[in-house]
Write a protein that binds this ligand. Structure first.
Ligand code: HEC
Ligand code: HEC
Ligand code: HEC
Ligand code: HEC
Ligand code: HEC
Ligand code: HEC
Ligand code: HEC
Ligand code: HEC
Length: 505
């Protein structure tokens, strides 16, 4: 009996806690956090923020700051050596001491080609590429190598890399994409890791210090970044017949074979070449490091409509057919790619139906909250997010705007990627057409409710003012638009610091 009562009291405490009283009940410490205290459901903690933030780059450097981890993701700008060991060392000395200090790194390096004498086209003589070749000899002035350091010996790879989308992934998509990082540095951290690694470093695909091309040829490599609702590439490839065959046979394939040799018949005794294409096979034909070479048009992850089968893009389509022809008939491949075009076009018919509904509501002033009822954006303005001059914000928007954004950024991109990578399931289920149907219904339902409420309010002569929680709140107050001060965005001439990537128009 006694036990039963105790359980009931505990259950009651939880219910009260869920109603927001947990701090009183559990006698939680109140006040500032970062003191190592545990706060039940975080209810009385106050966020004090990171100790240190580093300035951004270019014209937004005063507005958008980064966590100190940025130094690893854009080392050329941010890496500052610290003084731990005094002295200049030759390669073998670095290796010796680090066999004790960081044995994992030395083990990986010893397994790489860099630990054996070798030569590339950009080099004059054979050499061992030891720690100092990439990090320097003076331990108080160590550097973290970005792509340009690799370029000393692999120039053609760096030139190709920079020419494609990967070459603009950090400076264009993050540093200069003020709209999307309208949020605190803590939330930009993940953008910085994916986008900074891929633009500024070569070890996004050839992890250090092994630097193994075999790793890069596999789809898991690209999958670390090309995954998730906004870029459904790995999932769609895995769910295709190409992925299925990889899953059933991939262990037996020889990943050391160069991409250009994959369609060659193996010699007797040799492990078979991959039978189906991986990401790199299709998007880096023959190992060329420009991943943009095969792409028909830059559509921001498929968020803009383009008819990839149009006459204008015939040459690009022909190249794709050439890739498929190694293993399929041209007619088969052509039908598949034409199907992709039509599947994508149809998904945008739904998107247009939704956007028209939302735009009409906006014109009539029926969206709640109105743009003026929200916190200012990073420009200090309250612009409707779905206007061409607005920003495709995911927060600090009304529910219906966010729903419309999801149709573009989640559903239409999933359908595009499903069709481009031949995943039947993703075109239809998961984030595909069926989910998009639901999204369109939800938008209509929301629009219908907004209109009905507006009619009731006008009958009763009620003037609705958006609630203050749309504009203010512990998290909302951390948005950049709220912190913006006059002169926070620099003029082009003010922000150059010897780097041509700054203040690009
Ligand atoms: C006398 C021993 C010793 C020698 C020689 C030595 N290191 Fe280090 N190195 C260290 C220690 C200790 C650290 C700190 C490790 C840690 O933070 O866990 C370190 C850290 C590093 C780091 C990481 C720096 C950072 O900011 O985190 C790099 C890179 C590095 N060493 C490269 C080199 C190179 C290149 C050489 C040869 C030029 C070299 N080391 C020679 C002992 C040595
Ligand atoms: C071919 C170039 C190259 C060589 C050679 C090389 N490194 Fe590195 N190293 C890198 C790259 C790339 C990074 C990551 C840079 C970044 O994070 O911005 C790195 C990062 C590091 C780090 C810091 C990151 C971590 O994981 O702790 C240490 C420590 C380090 N290297 C030690 C060494 C040592 C010791 C050697 C010699 C055995 C060595 N490196 C040889 C390219 C190289
Ligand atoms: C000092 C010159 C030098 C630098 C700097 C350098 N490399 Fe290398 N790299 C070489 C040499 C030499 C080879 C071996 C070539 C051969 O034998 O085919 C090589 C081979 C490679 C390979 C192929 C390895 C294999 O197993 O086939 C990769 C990948 C690679 N490097 C990546 C990088 C990356 C990434 C960087 C920068 C972080 C870098 N390298 C910096 C000289 C360099
Ligand atoms: C998007 C992934 C990716 C990135 C980023 C990447 N590589 Fe590679 N790399 C590959 C693939 C895939 C191969 C295998 C190519 C083949 O089989 O022909 C490869 C092969 C190589 C090779 C050995 C083959 C050869 O042709 O010599 C070198 C060297 C190399 N990469 C250097 C680099 C350098 C330097 C960078 C930075 C500019 C870099 N890679 C960035 C995917 C990548
Ligand atoms: C059979 C070849 C093939 C394979 C394998 C493949 N893709 Fe694709 N991918 C395509 C085609 C075709 C498109 C549509 C591209 C176009 O015409 O612009 C596409 C589109 C893309 C896009 C969108 C490009 C844009 O901006 O529109 C990305 C990113 C992408 N693929 C990444 C990947 C990744 C990552 C993998 C591996 C998990 C992969 N792909 C595997 C054929 C392939
Ligand atoms: C460290 C993260 C990362 C890895 C690993 C990575 N990518 Fe990407 N990739 C990105 C980002 C970020 C973008 C967006 C850049 C842009 O187009 O502005 C991108 C863009 C692309 C595009 C569109 C390029 C264009 O020019 O429009 C293709 C295709 C692509 N990646 C293929 C690959 C393939 C194939 C691999 C593996 C061999 C790979 N990626 C590995 C992060 C990555
Ligand atoms: C898991 C890794 C990852 C994270 C985290 C990530 N991205 Fe991306 N992003 C990608 C990849 C991969 C692509 C390329 C997809 C494609 O081309 O289809 C991309 C594409 C983009 C593009 C479109 C580039 C173009 O082709 O026009 C922008 C802009 C962008 N990301 C900004 C951001 C911002 C801002 C953040 C943080 C809020 C962020 N990303 C977080 C991996 C990532
Ligand atoms: C390296 C060889 C290879 C390449 C290149 C390749 N495929 Fe495939 N593909 C296969 C194999 C093998 C299968 C499995 C055949 C089966 O389903 O019986 C397959 C299956 C498919 C399927 C599903 C099978 C079906 O009947 O519906 C589609 C769709 C497809 N591929 C489209 C393409 C397209 C389009 C390209 C070019 C963008 C391409 N593939 C490039 C090897 C390849």
């Amino acid at each position: 009996m006694k036990k039963f009562t105790t359980i009931r009291i505990i259950a009651l405490l939880f219910l009260l806690g869920a109603a927001g009283y947990s701090s009183e009940i559990f006698g939680e410490p109140a006040g500032k956090d970062a003191g190592g205290e545990v706060y039940i459901w975080g209810l009385t903690a106050t966020y004090t923020g990171p100790d240190e933030l580093l300035p951004g780059e270019g014209k937004f450097k005063k507005l958008f700051k980064f966590l100190p981890s940025i130094r690893w993701y854009d080392p050329a700008h941010y890496f500052q050596p610290r003084e731990i060991i005094e002295g200049q060392f030759a390669g073998p000395e670095c290796v010796l001491c680090h066999t004790v200090q960081t044995p994992g790194i030395v083990k990986d390096w010893k397994r790489s080609k860099h630990s054996k004498p070798g030569k590339t086209k950009s080099m004059k003589t054979e050499q061992i590429v030891a720690c100092d070749a990439c990090h320097g000899n003076d331990h108080n002035k160590l550097t973290m190598p970005d792509v340009n350091v690799c370029g000393k010996c692999h120039m053609e790879k760096v030139v190709e890399h920079k020419a494609g989308g990967h070459g603009r992934a950090f400076h264009r998509d993050v540093v200069e994409n003020a709209g999307l990082i309208d949020k605190p540095a803590e939330e930009a951290h993940s953008c910085v890791v994916c986008h900074g690694t891929i633009e500024n470093r070569c070890d996004g695909c050839h992890t250090r210090h092994r630097f193994n091309p075999a790793e890069a040829r596999r789809s898991e490599n690209c999958g670390v970044c090309h995954t998730g609702t906004d870029q459904y590439d790995y999932e769609t490839w895995m769910n295709s017949y190409h992925g299925k065959i990889y899953k059933t046979e991939g262990d037996e394939w020889d990943w050391n074979l160069r991409l250009k040799d994959w369609s060659k018949v193996g010699k007797e005794g040799q492990m078979p070449a991959p039978r189906t294409p991986t990401c790199a096979y299709c998007h880096m034909p023959k190992g060329v490091h420009n991943v943009g070479q095969t792409i028909t048009a830059d559509t921001d992850k498929g968020k803009s409509l383009v008819d990839r089968g149009a006459e204008k893009y015939k040459a690009k389509r022909k190249k794709w057919l050439k890739t498929c022809k190694k293993c399929h008939s041209t007619r088969f491949a052509n039908d598949q790619l034409n199907a992709m075009d039509e599947v994508v076009n149809m998904s945008f018919v739904k998107v247009r139906e939704a956007f028209n509904i939302v735009n009409d509501l906006q014109k009539e002033g029926l969206i709640d909250p109105t743009p003026e009822g929200l916190a200012p954006d990073w420009k200090g303005h309250t612009t409707f997010s779905l206007n061409p001059e607005g920003q495709d914000r995911l927060y600090n928007v009304s529910k219906i705007e966010r729903m419309a954004m999801d149709m573009l950024a989640v559903h239409s991109t999933a359908i595009y990627k499903g069709a481009a990578h031949f995943s039947m399931a993703d075109m239809t289920y998961n984030n595909g057409a069926f989910s998009m149907d639901r999204a369109l219904i939800n938008i209509k339902d929301e629009a219908s409710k907004l209109r009905r409420i507006a009619r009731l309010e006008s009958k009763q002569d009620i003037k609705h003012i958006p609630y203050d929680f749309w504009k203010n709140g512990e998290f909302t107050n951390l948005l950049k638009g709220k912190k913006r001060i006059e002169g926070a965005v620099l003029e082009k001439k003010e922000c150059l610091h010897g780097d041509t990537t700054d203040c690009r128009e």
